[in-house]
Ligand binder design. Structure first.
Ligand SMILES: Nc1ncnc2c1ncn2[C@@H]1O[C@H](COP(=O)(O)OP(=O)(O)OP(=O)(O)O)[C@@H](O)[C@H]1O
Length: 250
């Protein structure tokens, strides 16, 4: 059975029901998502793929509560994000969701440690130095706590962003092309860190990627095309992923 066929159940980590998102575009409207329903398995690594403009980033932003849908429902576990006020979504997101951006989004004048602690401080919580050390060690940045972002390589900066996304012990981690700005070898290392820590902490990981080698590391792959779900693969091979992307006209 594929993840997309899973009926609505409370033991899904992320569930979208008939999600639409329309952006104004001058006098016209762009329908980025046109009725997407899917479920993501708890504890699994799910890759989201599809041609450019198919709605992947929109999907991720709406599913993670960074943006609101035009219609439809988003559940994270048994919480209906779409039923919450904007403030309640922000609070829920800070406590339960981690997000890794392609461009790292580190704060330039804060140290590595301060960047990692930021989500806790924004939520009024006290950082736990031992947890911070554990995280920095597991992303391979032990001893770099006092560096500034400009003193890091791209791969190191992305690993700080991963530690920052994990510091609140979120149940779901979303990542938008986390290896897109990195060379192959560094990208592989960053993916290993993201996948390894998610497994270790029992987190659900949802990653948007263009890269078939990232998708084959996933448990499930879901494809979007033209704002709609266009099938899925379980434990896919590179050939299967590439064949599907060619069919969808990447
Ligand atoms: N803020 C916005 N305002 C207007 N249109 C937007 C906005 N964001 C996205 N879109 C449009 O929505 C559609 C889906 O965009 P989205 O970025 O979600 O696709 P994507 O699959 O992530 O693309 P890519 O692989 O190129 O990053 C596109 O037609 C895009 O131009």
């Amino acid at each position: 059975m594929t993840a997309i066929d899973t009926p609505p159940r409370l033991d899904t980590a992320v569930r979208l029901d008939q999600l639409t998102k329309t952006y104004p575009n001058g006098p016209e409207q762009v329908a980025a998502l046109r009725g997407v329903s899917l479920a993501v398995r708890p504890g699994a690594f799910t890759a989201i793929m599809g041609p450019s403009g198919s709605g992947k980033s929109t999907f991720l932003n709406v599913a993670a509560g960074l943006d609101t849908p035009t219609s439809g429902r988003v559940h994270i576990g048994d919480t209906d994000l779409t039923a919450l006020s904007a403030d309640a979504v922000t609070r829920f997101r800070r406590r339960n969701i981690g997000f890794v951006f392609q461009a790292y989004n580190l704060v330039g004048h804060l140290t590595v440690a301060e960047n990692v602690q930021l989500p806790l401080l924004l939520d009024g919580r006290r950082p736990d130095p031992r947890w911070q050390d554990t995280l920095l060690e597991s992303v391979g940045l032990a001893g770099m706590a006092d560096r500034l972002p400009r003193e890091l390589s791209g791969g190191q900066a992305q690993r700080v962003a991963i530690a920052r996304a994990l510091v609140t012990r979120p149940t779901v981690v979303f990542a938008d092309e986390p290896t897109g700005a990195l060379d192959r070898r560094t990208g592989d290392q960053v993916l290993d860190v993201l996948r390894g820590t998610a497994k270790q902490l029992g987190q659900t990981l949802v990653v948007v990627t263009h890269d078939p080698s990232v998708a084959v590391a996933a448990d499930d792959v879901l494809f979007l095309a033209d704002g709609l779900l266009a099938g899925g693969l379980v434990a896919p091979t590179t050939d299967q992923v590439v064949a599907r992307l060619v069919e969808l006209g990447r």
